[in-house]
Design a protein around this ligand. Sequence first.
Ligand code: PLP
Length: 406
Amino acid sequence: MITTNENYSKLQASYLFSDIAKRVSRYQESHPDQSIIKLGIGDVTMPLPQCCIEAFHHAVDEMGAEASFRGYGPEQGYDFLRNVIAEHDFQSRGADVESDEIFISDGAKCDSGNIQEIFSSDITVAIPDPVYPVYLDTNVMAGRTGEYSDGRYQGIVYLDSTIENDFLPALPSQSVDLIYLCFPNNPTGSTISKEGLAKWVDFAHQEKALILFDAAYEAFIKDDSLPKSIFEIPGAEEVAIEFRSFSKNAGFTGTRCAFTVVPKKCRAFDKNGNIEMLHPLWNRRHSTKFNGVSYPVQRAAASIYTTEGKEQTRALIDYYMKNAEVIRSEMSGLGYDCVGGDNSPYIWISGKEDSWAFFDRLLNDAGVVCTPGAGFGKCGEGYIRLSAFNSYENVTSAMERIKKIL
Ligand code: PLP
């Protein structure tokens, strides 16, 4: 008899974005003449940088000629991309990451979801609240949690991110084995200092734990004293894996390219407490189950490390960050406490009321769509997330509309 994975029945259906869509379409039906401005979804809106377009065209031409055609590529990614990533994203910032520690993939979502497969099912997992839902759901699917009750899964150690701790969760007081951290954070937009991150690295060493560090938004960090990579922290290479993505810095959400760094020194333990290195495990998993990212996409990704590519992606990020600045200063001016928006594209706003009530007010009175914080976890209740991913014109008119009603 074929039986299903019963852990799937524990999953809570994510109604967040479908609920938002339903409310938006209801509003649209009753206000057919009112335009809606969406500042809710974390998807980029600007086209790919010119360097990527040119690299794509060139690579497609190569694929069309017998002499330069390429079939299956290396699952871990082509060296031309891994080398520039190692040099520009890590070595230039003093992080000792080599190109063969970089695994090119089709998304930080897939990687952060798949990575837990190389750990045993009885480990204790610490996950921030509020959180990017992939970390939680993939551990539920793998059977690392009990049932869901009162907004939380049993067995998970939740790392509360609240106004009291400046949205930087404290080290857990109990023993944990796997820790998810995301900075700049989605959804709160908070960032962590080198000293703050070093505490987590020390904790992981003491606890024999591992940190999964999601740096999908590192490109939005403007304050150069902040770490862009956990590998800027000495000793992190033994206790951390990092996820990166081209989705938000180069507009690749529809193009798909990302990478994961698993240092050769990164370790876990077997049941007897003997050290087991994670690089060969992830290499095995990746090359068994993943076919590699297409050649033209990797060429397009590599182009952002050229001088022109850096200028063009900087311009993209600056564009969104100007939006973030407008949102943050307008909302603060209206008396709302805001986090993020200075080194991240998300602004986390204390709504002074229930998340969904605030959502409805912005939609029904101003025609502006946000994301209710409650959708990201229990600690998100009372907050909304506004995203800088839209045109400057839309962002400024959304703010004008909000100012009129609040
Ligand atoms: N990590 C975080 C924290 C995100 O917010 C997102 C996307 O919104 C991702 C990862 C997904 O990145 P990718 O598009 O590379 O799958």
